[in-house]
Design a binder for this molecule. Structure first.
Ligand code: SF4
Length: 397
């Protein structure tokens, strides 16, 4: 099982300088001393795709060394970032011009800054993207988490990314230990779905096959926000994995609490991947009912079950060009049922993973949790960053 190339997500840190309204990870940072070492990174298997994420990965001052190691064992690397540390991003990309960079931008300027809570976050992110394009980076794009507040900005932001020749990745609200959230939920589902419908039609009308498949992904997002069963099976932990800053290998980042297959600080990859513990997690994945629709779990499924999205694309391209028939959100039965009053909002809410009174899990180690006694996560990360930039002898970031 371990000999074939895998799809891996490497969570290099839980430290984050943003204050996103839909993710409380910034309140629960990891301790830098405990975060993935280069030795552990070296133990990772060969991957056909690697996503480097956080927290905010560029908070790690040794990110370049991490990328150097991952570069040796990965066909493709994409880093997800909030785009705040422009100089660090540009510096890394000078050495690795063929990696991908996705900057989270949650809407046009005001919406983005409100959701992400980063001072001047939109301009910082946008400027970073422009500079990356300016230096010839090819695989650069926006990432947006669609919710009630930013859904009206969805299409304008897509058009902006299109004009800049950039990728445009979407997601929606999820609840899990990774986001340290249990209360995320879409309130006005028809409004959000309507904006997704417009985006889907924009994507279908393009000449890019990649965008047609993105249209399918966004169709699946409508299905997800109405709390329905995933359109494709979830095979996380079979040929896909996540590793957290403590070396714990997990199937995904969508579970309520951390599901651990093994620890790479203590085991070899082969031991871990072929262990009974890993098998037990795979069994759980087989019956998982959380129905996440995030690119990390959907992209491998779209490749594996290619005929399902391909058939959807062929059908919609045919309808679009020969019958002039646009995609409608009401192709989803649940959207029709809700419109026709056959299902209530409360019933749909119950189909979501939102649990208002749940104890929210954070996946932190004991030592990382200890540091939160008497100090908030925000204070810890701020102090950490102040030290980093003082050491650099710089005031700007
Ligand atoms: S549906 Fe898949 S990605 Fe979501 S929690 Fe379950 S196993 Fe993880």
């Amino acid at each position: 099982m371990a000999s074939k190339k895998l799809n891996g997500t490497v969570i290099v840190t839980y430290r984050c300088n943003a204050r996103c309204s839909m993710c409380s990870r910034y309140k629960c940072p990891s301790k830098p001393e405990e975060e993935l070492s280069i030795e552990t990174i070296r133990k990772l298997p060969e991957m056909y795709f690697t996503n480097i994420t956080g927290g905010e990965p560029f908070i790690r001052t040794d990110l370049k060394e991490i990328v150097r190691e991952l570069y040796k064992k990965s066909d493709r690397i994409v880093i997800s970032t909030n785009g705040f540390f422009t100089d660090r991003i540009l510096d890394l990309c000078r050495e690795f011009p063929d990696i991908g960079i996705r900057i989270s931008i949650e809407g046009l300027e005001n919406t983005n800054n409100e959701i992400r809570g980063l001072p001047d976050g939109f301009n910082k992110g946008y400027t970073t993207l422009e500079k990356l394009v300016g230096m010839g980076m090819k695989d650069v794009g926006f990432g947006m988490t669609i919710q009630d507040k930013n859904a009206p900005d969805l299409v304008p932001l897509y058009k902006l990314s299109d004009r800049m020749g950039m990728e445009f990745a979407t997601a929606s609200l999820h609840n899990s230990f990774y986001f340290v959230e249990a209360g995320n939920i879409i309130h006005d589902r028809p409004m959000v779905a309507q904006n997704l419908e417009t985006l889907i039609n924009e994507l279908l009308s393009s000449r890019s096959p990649k965008k047609w498949f993105r249209a399918y992904f966004n169709h699946g997002l409508i299905n997800y926000i109405y709390g329905q069963k995933r359109l494709l099976p979830c095979d996380m932990s079979f040929d896909t994995f996540f590793i957290d800053p403590y070396g714990d290998v997990m199937p995904c980042n969508g579970t309520k609490d951390k599901e651990v297959m093994g620890n790479l600080n203590e085991q070899t990859w082969e031991e871990l991947w072929n262990s009974e513990k890993a098998e037990a997690v795979r069994k759980k994945v087989r019956c998982c009912d959380r129905n996440c629709w995030m690119i990390g779990s959907v992209s491998p499924a779209m490749h594996k079950y290619i005929w399902s999205p391909a058939w959807w694309v062929i059908k919609h391209k045919f309808l679009f060009f020969w019958k002039k028939k646009k995609y409608s959100m009401y192709e989803n039965k649940i959207a029709r049922d809700y419109r026709d009053g056959k299902v209530s909002r409360e019933e749909l809410d119950r189909c979501s993973t939102c649990e208002r009174n749940a104890i929210v899990k954070d996946g932190l180690s004991t030592a990382s949790r200890e540091q939160l006694k008497g100090r908030s996560g925000e204070e810890i990360v701020e102090a950490d960053l102040a030290k980093q930039f003082e050491y650099d002898g710089r005031t700007d970031r």
